[in-house]
Design a protein around this ligand. Structure first.
Ligand code: NAD
Length: 510
């Protein structure tokens, strides 16, 4: 049974029905916005943005604080809806879709003004004698926000808070698989007193997302798969608008010979099963030196067997959010088994439960010939590869088209940092699962196919701005100018020789 299905519509628009992956009951139907509706949402957002941009940081922050008030009041509604839309566990729904959004919004309400403070100073070098420089972080205008289904609230509130605090308006195209949490979020922002049209939701599918990119927005903030990211990047290139692409991953975990094995095993389990494995920075590959391989695998198996999966959201590992992902997980598992992988726990769609459940799974004897180790699986699987030593682990960790995040486990923290620095990936944790996205001061973004640009914190919020330099000449009379002559050119050449031909002067001059 398809959880996301196109249905006939009387209005001629594309229409869809969504089902709960646990109860398999219908959650509701929606219709995709037309291209004209998307365009007019962007036009209305532009009007709202003009007034919003005139508000001080304190005034904008006040609206964000009120937003948190309503999020807290409506947290049960958020959890209930997210559970029905995704089938994730209740604990993860609260942690990821309520608590994380509160933390993200609070961060930008509190620090946004500091990150975007206007700076006034004299430039370096000789320019300092005649010029003053003012750098203003101007909002870009209307931001198009396109989001995926694995964190429907958190992956919206984070970019939304940054874009708004920077003075932009936002038109949001949520995932067609989780459209209703965006409706609730809109209700919450309305109740929090957001100015009309500052945040708007246009429902739809890929074609609606494509229409948003072409609707005259000033930036696209995109989170989703690599394949779609490429299309979005191309469309933004055509429109000459900036874009951040937060894409998929295939995160590696390196267990060093001196690691606390109990803790590392817990890290492999949590890193691979969190959010049913639908975590862009989920641990998808584990490399373990042969000297510690057996005890490590034993601990992972032991911990995995204790996890509960039940026909509700009150277990430890939730449902697979939609059937398309189940197909990918099953095909990666089938390919791995065909090529010699051994399943120690789980391994197959659990049909004894009525919903879409794939049990927490442990697989060994895997290698880089298998899809399971090369392509994003996005499922609850710990895949462990035995390696000669830590050097081989680093080599294999880097042998990937992806580079989103990763983690290293060792009791020698200096060694952990040194290995982390050699990993070709957007970020790395030592002795923890990938948590960079939850720490705004840490710029987050992927290398290689995992994305373009960095988000969050100072770097992220500034990405929603044009850094506008204003140069003010403070000299009493105009500098340089006409008429040119051979003499004036020779004078410049003399200056170049004197200053840049002199090892001391040229350092002072710049
Ligand atoms: P997806 O690429 O299928 O869809 C993402 C969004 O793009 C949806 O809203 C979709 O409707 C829209 N879209 C589809 N085609 C489009 C087009 N041509 N133009 C514009 N928009 C279009 O991704 P998904 O399956 O919803 O999400 C899962 C993926 O997201 C995984 O690969 C996961 O790793 C990744 N992800 C990355 C991060 C990160 O921060 N790097 C975070 C969460 C998820």
């Amino acid at each position: 049974m398809a959880l996301f299905q196109e249905i006939p519509s009387e209005t001629g628009r594309r229409a869809y029905e969504i089902k709960d992956p646990v109860s398999l009951e219908s959650i509701g139907r929606f219709e995709a916005a037309t291209t004209e509706e998307v365009r007019s949402a962007v036009e209305r957002a532009r009007k709202a943005q003009r007034e919003w941009a005139t508000r001080s940081f304190e005034e904008r922050a006040e609206v964000l604080w009120r937003w948190i008030d309503v999020l807290v009041q409506r947290q049960d509604d958020i959890v209930d809806l997210v559970l029905r839309e995704t089938g994730k566990t209740r604990h993860e729904a609260v942690a990821m879709e309520v608590m994380a959004p509160c933390m993200q919004i609070a961060h930008y309400a509190k620090y946004g003004a500091r990150y975007l403070k206007t700076r006034r100073f004299r430039p370096a070098g000789v320019m300092r004698f005649t010029k003053k420089l003012t750098l203003i972080y101007q909002p870009l205008g209307v931001v198009g926000l396109i989001t995926p289904w694995n964190g429907p609230v958190a992956l919206t509130t984070n970019p939304l808070a940054q874009a708004l605090m920077a003075g932009n308006a936002v038109v949001h195209k949520p995932s067609e698989v989780t459209p209703f949490s965006a409706v609730l979020l809109k209700e919450i922002t309305d109740a929090a007193g957001f100015p009309q049209d500052l945040y708007q939701v246009v429902q739809g599918d890929g074609a609606t997302g494509a229409a948003l990119i072409d609707a005259g927005v000033d930036k696209i903030s995109f989170t989703g798969s690599v394949a779609t990211g490429r299309r979005v990047g191309e469309a933004c290139g055509r429109n000459l608008i900036p874009v951040t692409l937060e894409l998929g991953g295939k995160d590696a975990m390196i267990v060093c010979t001196d690691a606390d094995l109990e803790r590392a095993a817990e890290g492999a389990v949590r890193g691979s099963f969190f959010n049913s494995g639908h975590y862009c920075c989920g641990t998808e590959r584990v490399y373990v030196p042969e000297s510690i391989y057996e005890p490590f695998v034993e601990k992972v198996v032991e911990q995995t067997k204790k996890l509960r999966q039940v026909e509700s959201c009150d277990g430890d590992v939730g449902a697979i959010f939609w059937d398309k992902q189940m197909e990918i997980i099953e095909s990666h598992m089938a390919d791995a088994k065909r090529k010699g992988a051994k399943v120690l726990v789980g391994g197959e769609h659990d049909r004894s439960l009525s919903g879409y459940f794939f049990p927490p799974t442990v697989v060994v004897e895997v290698d880089h010939e298998m899809d399971l180790m090369c392509h994003e699986t996005f499922g609850p699987i710990v895949a462990i590869q035995k390696v000669r030593d830590e050097e081989e682990a680093i080599e294999l960790a880097n042998d990937s088209d992806y580079g989103l995040s990763g983690n290293v486990w060792t009791t020698d923290l200096a060694k952990g940092e040194a290995i982390a620095a050699r990993m070709k990936t957007g970020s790395v944790s030592v002795n923890d699962i990938a948590v960079t996205y939850g720490i705004p001061e840490a710029p987050f973004g992927g290398l290689k196919s995992s994305g373009v640009g960095q988000v969050n914190g100072e770097v992220g919020i500034r990405g929603y701005c044009h850094l506008h330099p204003i140069v003010i000449d403070t000299a009493k009379k105009a500098q340089g100018g006409y008429p040119y002559s051979r003499k004036s050119a020779e004078g410049l050449q003399k200056l170049v020789r004197r200053v840049f031909g002199n090892r001391f002067l040229r350092k002072w001059f710049v």
